[in-house]
Design a protein around this ligand. Structure first.
Ligand code: SF4
Length: 215
């Protein structure tokens, strides 16, 4: 994952002020800075490899959790079973999903955080704290933000969220049109989806209507 002889520590650097190619837009410059980030390298078992995409014209923002090993490998966000299900929920094809002029894809943690006892670890907190405000400042055309999973919901809704993720998703209309809270589409949530048939029956059609309006 790293150039020969270069340790995580040696490559570690703090985010630096925007600078560089004067022809690049502020967002492009910011994305370049993020892709060089090694802020929490010491905690990342596979090393830093931020996976995110955005364009100044993006109108829909998808905020997920953090890359898994497959996404870390490919560098393509939602390039896994969760992504397949998310695209089905949104009723959009891959071409549209990966068209960053329309859709920005920014997880709560940009790099694979490693594995814990019960699945992947939470996204690194440093990531959203360090980069999210500057990114949001640059994404001025976003009309709707999909909050996919508990970490995005917690970060964006804060005290506005309900006691449980299920209740927050059930009350999705309270957060419209700015936000749309969703459970994570991971196969690990198949039981949740089975237990909550209202999600497929009521929320998904509303979500698809919103996506059509947003794009
Ligand atoms: S997870 Fe975020 S803060 Fe940590 S190295 Fe990757 S981009 Fe930087």
């Amino acid at each position: 994952m790293h150039p020969a002889g270069e340790s995580h520590k040696a490559r570690k650097m703090k985010p630096i002020p925007l600078h560089g190619d004067s022809n690049a837009s502020p967002l492009d410059t910011l994305l370049t800075e993020i892709r060089r980030c090694t802020l929490c390298a010491d905690h990342l078992p596979l090393g830093p490899k931020p996976v995110l995409r955005a364009s100044k014209t993006s109108r829909l923002l998808i905020v997920g959790q953090a890359p898994g090993t497959r996404v870390h490998e490919s560098g393509i966000p939602w390039d896994d079973a969760s992504g397949e299900r998310l695209r089905t929920w949104l009723n959009i094809d891959k071409k549209t999903f990966y068209d960053e002029t329309q859709i920005a894809i920014i997880p709560m943690g940009f790099c694979y955080p490693g594995r814990g006892k019960s699945g992947d670890l939470p996204p690194r907190k440093e990531c959203a704290e360090t980069w999210m405000p500057a990114l949001q400042e640059q994404l001025s055309h976003i009309g709707t933000t999909l909050l996919v999973g508990q970490y995005a919901i917690q970060h964006y809704l804060g005290k506005r969220r309900q006691k449980t993720l299920t209740q927050t998703v059930q009350n999705w209309q309270d957060y419209a049109p700015e936000f749309f809270p969703l459970p994570h589409p991971s196969p690990r949530n198949n039981i949740w989806l089975k237990r909550n048939p209202w999600f497929d029956e009521e929320v998904i059609p509303a979500l698809q209507t919103r996506i059509k309006k947003a794009l």
